[in-house]
Design a protein around this ligand. Structure first.
Ligand SMILES: Nc1ncnc2c1ncn2[C@@H]1O[C@H](COP(=O)(O)OP(=O)(O)O)[C@@H](O)[C@H]1O
Ligand SMILES: [Mg+2]
Length: 133
């Protein structure tokens, strides 16, 4: 038996209101597994609000957001299998580059050995040619 492939992301009649402002109005969207998708539109049309609802930083006022086939409404950001790069990077200004990159890995429980954190940070920095900063 074959089942239909699960969408990575799905919006079902999603509306988001901030008080009197409707930021997103009745959106339906399917992002197929593995697809690369861009949201295009003028400033204020609701792109960031959609991303924040996928990330779990906002909850829909109406409708459902599904991630990998499961309804994500009410699931906190840290329990979602997604990541978000914010327009404002929210780097720690008192950390150097290496410490900023290491921060997330240092929060993992059970803890990662320091050598493993250093190895992964080194790998990431090498990839973007920021080694040594
Ligand atoms: N936290 C908020 N409180 C009130 N209004 C908001 C908030 N965030 C976004 N909005 C409003 O929702 C609409 C969509 O905003 P946004 O999702 O940031 O659009 P985009 O990313 O496409 O520029 C805009 O009218 C914006 O002013
Ligand atoms: Mg935006």
């Amino acid at each position: 038996m074959t089942s239909a492939p699960t969408n990575d992301i799905e919006f079902r009649s999603v509306t988001k209101r901030y008080g009197a402002v409707t930021a997103v109005s009745d959106i339906n969207l399917s992002v197929p597994k593995g697809a690369f998708v861009a949201l295009l539109g003028p400033s204020g049309c609701g792109k960031t609000t959609c991303l924040r609802m996928i990330g779990g930083f906002e909850q829909p006022s109406e409708g459902e957001v599904l991630i990998a086939g499961s309804i994500a409404n009410g699931v906190p950001a840290y329990r979602r299998p997604v990541n978000m790069v914010f327009q404002q990077y929210a780097l720690f200004p008192h950390f150097d580059v290496e410490k900023n990159v290491a921060y997330g890995l240092k929060q993992l429980r059970p803890r990662l050995p320091a050598a493993e954190i250093a190895r992964r940070v080194g790998e990431a920095l090498e990839m973007v040619r920021l080694t040594g900063f």
